[in-house]
Design a binder for this molecule. Structure first.
Ligand SMILES: NC(=O)c1ccc[n+]([C@@H]2O[C@H](COP(=O)([O-])OP(=O)(O)OC[C@H]3O[C@@H](n4cnc5c(N)ncnc54)[C@H](O)[C@@H]3O)[C@@H](O)[C@H]2O)c1
Length: 251
């Protein structure tokens, strides 16, 4: 499999969950993947796994909340690999709180781990993505599209990312850069913990997915990310791709 042979990809939050699934799918297609994460233990474990398929893949330990340092992530990857073809802004952390109890701290955590790093990494990577006619993949959520209760800080950041992505698709289309958004549903460690804590609620949610299951981080979300990062999707930009078993159908 060589859809991404020698392409250089940056994936934020790539140590675990959907990020590591996408990293594995891309590494198996020949990409050199730089996973950026705060969790060093998981980062190094995922790095070792990626190197089985793509020996030059590596882990960068970084806190995405430190926005002034985001340029260094791009600098490190360019110094090591000489270029950037794919930027995947996947990481996001937030707390579930009703709107009336949502504080500046909740907003800062949600926007600070998602919207701001997405924006600053896109800006810092732009000169290199122009050179490669690269691809950007950002992350949305059904919670943002549907406005789920208790998800104010999360939904607002997710929808801000979708707006930003459409503007970038318009501004950067002339450079041959594609900017798309994945709205996923996947069985991650967080979902696993929740399924064990509230098995009946989990079952109820699972049954409402038209395809009857949560997605696999590598086989479902990772393969969709490979498609969006490859030449197969070269005429798709500014779109939100629902990789959620049909849970939400845009019209
Ligand atoms: N899992 C789902 O079903 C689902 C549904 C809708 C949207 N999403 C979105 O998909 C994306 C991935 O979701 P996931 O479930 O795999 O998330 P996750 O919480 O399992 O993984 C997030 C990763 O980001 C890293 N991280 C957290 N804070 C960081 C920081 N400050 N600096 C660097 N790294 C940091 C974590 O260590 C972790 O590896 C997110 O944008 C999420 O909002 C997921």
């Amino acid at each position: 499999m060589t859809k991404l042979q020698d392409k250089v990809a940056i994936i934020t939050g790539g140590a675990g969950g959907i990020g590591s699934g996408m990293a594995k799918a891309m590494a198996k297609e020949g990409a050199i993947v730089a996973i950026v994460d705060l969790n060093e233990e998981m980062g190094l474990a995922t790095e070792a796994e990626l190197q089985k398929y793509s020996p030059k893949s590596f882990f960068i330990k970084a806190n995405l909340m430190e926005h002034a340092n985001l340029k260094n992530i791009v600098k490190t990857v360019v110094e090591k690999c000489g270029k950037i073809d794919i930027l995947v802004n996947n990481a996001h952390v937030s707390k579930q709180v009703p709107l009336e109890d949502t504080t500046q701290e909740h907003l800062d955590l949600s926007f600070g781990t998602s919207f701001y790093p997405t924006f600053y990494l896109m800006q810092a990577a732009l000169p290199y993505l122009k050179e490669t006619k690269g691809n950007i993949i950002n992350f949305a959520s059904g919670a943002g599209l549907d406005g789920h209760k208790t998800q104010g800080a999360y939904a607002a950041a997710k929808e801000a990312i979708r707006g930003l992505s459409r503007v970038a698709a318009n501004e950067w289309g002339e450079f041959g850069i594609n900017v798309n958004i994945i709205s996923p549903l996947a069985y991650t460690p967080g979902v696993e913990a929740w399924s064990k804590a509230q098995p009946e609620y989990y079952e109820q949610v699972r049954k409402q997915v038209p395809l009857g299951r949560f997605g696999d981080v590598e086989q479902d979300i990772g393969r969709a990310a490979v498609f969006l990062a490859s030449a197969d999707s070269s005429y798709i930009t500014g779109q939100t791709i629902m990789v959620d078993g049909g849970s939400i159908m845009l019209h």
